[in-house]
Design a protein around this ligand. Structure first.
Ligand SMILES: Cc1cc2nc3c(=O)[nH]c(=O)nc-3n(C[C@H](O)[C@H](O)[C@H](O)COP(=O)(O)O)c2cc1C
Length: 157
């Protein structure tokens, strides 16, 4: 069973609801899940065994939810060393905007810069196409969590 910290970044609440559904599904399977709705850089380092799972929306013109900026800068500046750690990304967005799901991609790049390794494909949830974000993310997470034990498999959503 895995230890997973879900790092939430939401403006209107949808990413928060989505993260809760993912947390519920993974906990039900017996994984140890920490749902963190106001993640700080320090939270990343509390437990080296934790897999990190970002669940965030994009706001403004391709911007992160404001609460996530301290985390993003700490990663991007490589003030946090996540060598050996693994992560996944659920990126909410709307393809009607120019910078679709950019916040998720920014965090993906920053986690990579900090030395962590992504598991699975990024799960992008487009508000124009996805009717039920929590359900779509929970289905993706079911496959994603299995890949934690099978690194060669590719999981997309
Ligand atoms: C003011 C505003 C700006 C947004 N800007 C973007 C954007 O640049 N790119 C994108 O993909 N989605 C953008 N979105 C869409 C949101 O990311 C999407 O609706 C998401 O599901 C909202 O999740 P949340 O309720 O957790 O914030 C924007 C939404 C709003 C309201």
């Amino acid at each position: 069973m895995a230890k997973i910290q879900i790092l939430v970044g939401s403006v209107g609440g949808r990413a928060g609801q989505t993260a809760k559904a993912v947390s519920y599904v993974l906990s039900y399977q017996g994984h140890q899940v920490r749902l963190n709705e106001s993640p700080t850089p320090q939270d990343l380092l509390q437990d080296a065994d934790e897999v990190l799972l970002v669940c965030c929306s994009t706001t403004g013109e391709g911007e992160l939810p404001p609460l996530l900026y301290p985390l993003f800068y700490a990663l991007d500046d490589q003030r946090v060393n996540l060598t050996g750690r693994r992560y996944g990304v659920i990126a909410l967005g709307d393809s009607g905007y120019k910078h679709f799901a950019q916040a998720g991609y920014m965090l993906e790049n920053a986690l990579y810069a900090a030395g962590a390794k992504r598991v699975g494909e990024i799960c992008t949830l487009d508000a124009r196409k996805v009717e039920n974000h929590p359900l779509a993310a929970a289905q993706w997470a079911n496959a994603w969590v299995m890949e934690l034990d099978e690194p060669q498999k590719v999981v997309s959503c």
